[in-house]
Design a protein around this ligand. Structure first.
Ligand SMILES: [Zn+2]
Length: 467
């Protein structure tokens, strides 16, 4: 059952049905269309995307200096099904190109059509350590809000509940024991809908204190990074801590490992819902309401998954992701290579026509380099992990860091360093798993360090490639 929604009314004397003010009305207009378009066929979605891409290209080549050159000679995308071939003539956009163009002041639009609102900027570091600026509009933020609400609707959330977040990483913000409390779930939802409160705690809080805080807040929903969810779930399972109101755990910002879903289920008996987004693009894909794979948010982004030859991957194949933000006219990101690899899924049995991403594999720069120079994904299946834990049950967190073409540092968070025979068996396990006779050294931590953005990767490539 879907909990009843209450739309806020901005008109005096009208309590029900709610009539929102202008932003809320626009948001509802988008949501009304999203309710329909999720069921459209791939062909229908593709035609509407083409229309919006033509509007975007027209704006970019006229008003954004960087694209004047890049889109030279490219006319409108044709009205038939061949448009993607024409589209693929546009060169993929790299992070370095964005940095250079922004430094040369050619990346941001000279003007905007009426109705797009003010410019808003954010900075994002990615995992390369090279920050880029992303500039958007208020209209883009409104679109972003619509997909936030879509995620709540898809996953049948009770908006009157308590929404807890463990993601704030700002120094001195949302500190234990109080954290922060807001009276609504935030701008996106509260523009139109009545919601319960949102409570937040800084991610750097030690796990015992996170758990104590969560017990006090007794949330209906918990939003956090997968590795934080994993650590909390393990702690709660080991100490028998239940969160009686909890209905879902929502994860963002890192690649989700399958074992986190089972850890959350074992600890609290609730499902995990993952969100695939980036700071510069916004929502890319949301988890299907009925399955664990993801639906591309085709009304907001064009997603291409391409093989080495730059051709679209078929279901079951893994390829590089290029993303185009359909509605950001402030700083258009067209065929942006965000550095992620994903596996294309088959059409979803739920009936939604939005294309499926089966798995998100992660960042290109964190692929394993084999002694032959070939690059591979060092993916661990849950059977692999089970074997690792049989050898060394005390492992709380693990990370592989490739230090040289023939050397892996195996980083472990354990109560105490492993015994020599455990290290020897794990070394064998690493070599079997990675399919090459790597040298393996062990490094021990209380907690595996995160990247500057607070993210966690289970495999990092730290080979110096000359900058
Ligand atoms: Zn589905």
């Amino acid at each position: 059952m879907i909990p009843p929604l209450s739309v806020n009314s901005a008109i005096g004397g009208i309590a029900w049905p709610g009539l929102p003010a202008q932003n809320g009305a626009s948001l509802l207009a988008i949501l009304f269309q999203l309710e329909q378009s999720q069921w459209w066929s791939a062909q229908e979605l593709s035609q509407r995307q083409r229309n919006q891409l033509n509007a975007l290209l027209d704006h970019a080549r006229t008003h954004v200096p960087f694209y004047r050159e890049r889109l030279q000679g490219l006319g409108d995308l044709p009205a038939d099904e061949t448009w993607p071939e024409v589209w693929r003539r546009i060169a993929p956009l790299t992070r370095a190109e964005i940095q250079a163009a922004d430094a040369a002041e050619t990346m941001v639009t000279e003007t905007l059509p009426p109705g797009h609102g003010e410019l808003r900027e954010i900075y994002t570091s990615g995992s390369t350590g090279k920050p880029i600026r992303s500039v958007r509009t208020q209209l883009w933020e409104l679109m972003w809000s619509a997909f936030t609400v879509r995620d709540h609707l898809w996953h049948r959330r009770d908006l009157q509940g308590v929404f807890a977040t463990l993601r704030e990483s700002g120094q001195g913000k949302a500190l234990y024991p109080d954290g922060l409390r807001a009276e609504s779930w935030g701008y996106s939802s509260a523009t139109i809908l009545k919601t319960g409160p949102m409570v937040s705690l800084n991610v750097a809080t030690p796990v015992e204190q996170q758990v104590e805080w969560l017990r006090r807040q007794n949330p209906d929903y918990l939003l956090t990074h997968p590795t934080i969810a994993r650590r909390l779930a393990d702690h709660c399972r080991d100490h028998g801590v239940r969160l009686p109101q909890l209905k879902q755990v929502i994860t963002i910002a890192e690649n989700l490992k399958p074992e986190v879903r089972s850890a959350v289920h074992d600890a609290w008996g609730v499902p995990l819902v993952d969100v695939y987004s980036t700071r510069e693009i916004g929502y890319i894909a949301l988890q299907c309401p009925d399955h664990e794979h993801y639906h591309i948010q085709s009304e907001h982004v064009l997603v291409e998954v391409l093989n080495e030859e730059g051709q679209p991957c078929a279901p079951g194949e893994v390829g590089k992701l290029l993303v185009t933000s359909l509605h950001n006219l402030a700083m258009p990101l067209i065929r942006y290579d965000i550095g992620d690899y994903v596996e294309v899924g088959r059409p979803c049995p739920c009936g939604r026509g939005l294309p499926v991403i089966q798995r998100i594999l992660g960042r290109t720069q964190n692929m394993l380099v084999m002694p032959s120079g070939e690059r591979r994904w060092p993916l661990l299946s849950s059977a692999n992990i089970a074997t690792m834990l049989e050898i060394a049950p005390a492992i709380r967190e693990y990370q592989f860091a490739q230090k040289a073409p023939d050397l892996i540092e195996f980083r472990l968070a354990v109560p105490q360093p492993l015994a020599a025979d455990e290290e020897a068996r794990l070394t064998e396990w690493v070599r079997t798993k990675l399919d090459a006779p790597f040298g393996v050294v062990f490094a021990y931590f209380d907690e595996i360090p995160r990247t500057a953005a607070g993210k966690f990767e289970d495999f990092v490539c730290e080979i110096d490639r000359g900058g």
